[in-house]
Ligand binder design. Structure first.
Ligand code: PRP
Length: 180
């Protein structure tokens, strides 16, 4: 049913598995001897974080933070709102933020700065998708799954008006869906 609203598949289910395995292996090597705190930014991070952590072979903890910047539309408002804060302190921790997408980078730069301010020892970012053409704030995530063009994408955690997060792949939404 959802598929009829999708113009094309950009990152398939199979590709997402391969990407997650590659990133998980890299993170495992880079954080050897450390006990990272992987923080997912809700809600978009859910499917990717779940897939990614299966491939991280380390003693690690997970935490979730609720962050919103789109408020229903197709463009970031830049008004980053924390809807749910962390349960544990980040002071002295090696933090790895898990994101579904870095677009304008407004969200990730605000949250990275906040976690550094709170005393994290290191803060890095792993994102399934990177859309450099959308940048408003300069930001280079350390771990990138794949680079995508400037199109409005949904699926695998990414929503339009809270819908489509449950698609098992990332696809481009037909314009007629959001221009109605
Ligand atoms: C989306 C996405 C990222 C952010 C990226 O979150 O999950 O957190 O926007 O956009 P940016 O780089 O332009 O800031 P959203 O605010 O839509 O909340 P959600 O995760 O609940 O979908």
């Amino acid at each position: 049913m959802l598929e009829k609203d999708i113009k094309k598949v950009l990152v398939s289910e199979e590709e997402i598995k391969i990407i997650s395995a590659r990133l998980g292996k890299q993170i495992t090597e880079d954080y050897k001897g450390k006990k990272p705190l992987v923080i997912g930014l809700l809600k978009g991070c859910m499917p990717f974080m779940t897939e990614l952590m299966k491939h991280i072979d380390l003693y690690m903890e997970i935490e979730l933070m609720g962050v919103q910047s789109y408020h229903g539309g197709t463009a970031s408002t830049g008004d980053v709102k924390i809807t749910r804060d962390l349960d544990i302190p980040v002071k002295g921790r090696d933090v790895l933020i898990a994101e579904d997408i870095v677009d304008t980078a407004k969200t990730i730069s605000v949250i990275s700065k906040l976690l550094k301010y709170r005393g994290a020892k290191s803060v890095e970012v792993v994102t399934l998708l990177d859309k450099p053409a959308g940048r408003v704030v300069e930001f280079n995530p350390k771990y990138v799954g794949t680079i995508i063009p400037k199109e409005f994408v949904v699926g695998f955690g990414l929503d339009y008006d809270e819908m489509y997060r449950n698609l098992p792949y990332v696809g481009v939404l037909k314009e007629e869906v959001y221009k109605k």
